[in-house]
Design a protein around this ligand. Structure first.
Ligand SMILES: Nc1ncnc2c1ncn2[C@@H]1O[C@H](COP(=O)(O)OP(=O)(O)OP(=O)(O)O)[C@@H](O)[C@H]1O
Length: 272
């Protein structure tokens, strides 16, 4: 793989009581790539996402987001005195979507995208009361940006509908647009094809490619749809029972004995 190193997960461990969800997980994500994290149910993929995006603190290990202005370690952001929290991870440039869609369903599609941009809006009380020039400008920029993303995900016609009224496939696209409105360098998509029909899945793969190729955003994807994964991934990391068992190109993974064994539930030694 060519691009600069963007995300580095080093010896990530996450326990829940006696359950070891992630055990010394190590992998890298290169800039401008689509990297997929795959594995059987319960392998620990979503837990990795939750640690990378600051929803969970890792039990041990480090997660670095590298950039032109240096590197940040996600755990340090969470532990920072007084200000620490997952919003700092979003500010550092990591956004995500969820396995179970989590939109603000009683808000309009447009409002969902405006909420995502609250950081870049002028939230000064007096500016709001007197509707200053800066306040109006920032508000206009946010609305324009929201419409750019609505066009990109083909939802502009739905701007004023309630998010909860959209079809499942459209809600999935709205979640991606909302994450993109935070202006991330890395977007983590948790099973974005779940529940989509074949037509919607093709549209989704085109959208994910567009994120990489036109928007220059790096994509980290969890997905069970192997057709989609093999079709769009530059790099694949395979997990089983909390650990990374193999990684490489789609071609390498397709022919990997350990990966095939993990999916079929057999030991490589048994097969030999
Ligand atoms: N909050 C939690 N509390 C307790 N156990 C958890 C928690 N989150 C995950 N686990 C456990 O950690 C293990 C890994 O779960 P995780 O959701 O990360 O797997 P996954 O690979 O994403 O699975 P799937 O593909 O089914 O979504 C499972 O045994 C799960 O039950």
């Amino acid at each position: 793989m060519s691009g600069q190193l963007l995300l580095e997960v080093k010896n990530l461990c996450r326990r829940f009581g006696g359950i070891i969800a992630n055990n010394n997980v190590c992998f890298e994500v290169r800039e401008d790539s689509i990297t997929s994290l795959i594995g059987p149910n319960g392998a620990g993929k979503t837990t990795v996402f939750n640690c990378v995006t600051g929803f969970y603190a890792a039990t041990s290990g480090e997660i670095f987001l590298h950039g032109p202005n240096g590197s940040v370690e996600v755990g340090n952001l969470l532990n920072r005195p007084f200000t620490g929290g997952s919003y700092l991870v979003s500010r550092a440039g990591i956004a995500r979507t969820f396995q179970n869609i989590r939109l603000f369903k009683d808000m309009t599609v447009l409002e969902n995208l405006l909420v995502a941009q609250h950081r870049s809006q002028n939230r000064n009380l007096l500016s709001g009361i007197f509707v200053t020039h800066d306040f109006s400008n920032k508000e206009e920029e946010s609305v324009n940006r929201a419409y750019e993303w609505l066009d990109m995900v083909d939802l502009a016609v739905d701007a004023n509908r309630l998010a909860g009224e959209l079809s499942y496939g459209r809600q999935r696209r709205l979640e991606i647009a909302r994450a993109m409105c935070t202006n991330p360098r890395l977007i983590c998509l948790d099973e974005p094809a779940a529940g989509l029909n074949p037509r919607e899945t093709v549209d989704l793969s085109n959208l994910i490619r567009k994120l990489r190729d036109e928007c220059k955003v790096t994509v980290l994807l969890i997905e069970h749809d192997m057709g989609l994964v093999m079709d769009i991934s530059d790099h694949i990391v395979v997990m089983d029972q909390g650990s990374v068992i193999d990684s490489g190109s789609p071609e390498h993974i397709r022919n990997s004995d350990v990966v095939i064994a993990a999916y079929l539930g057999t030991d490589v030694e048994d097969e030999a």
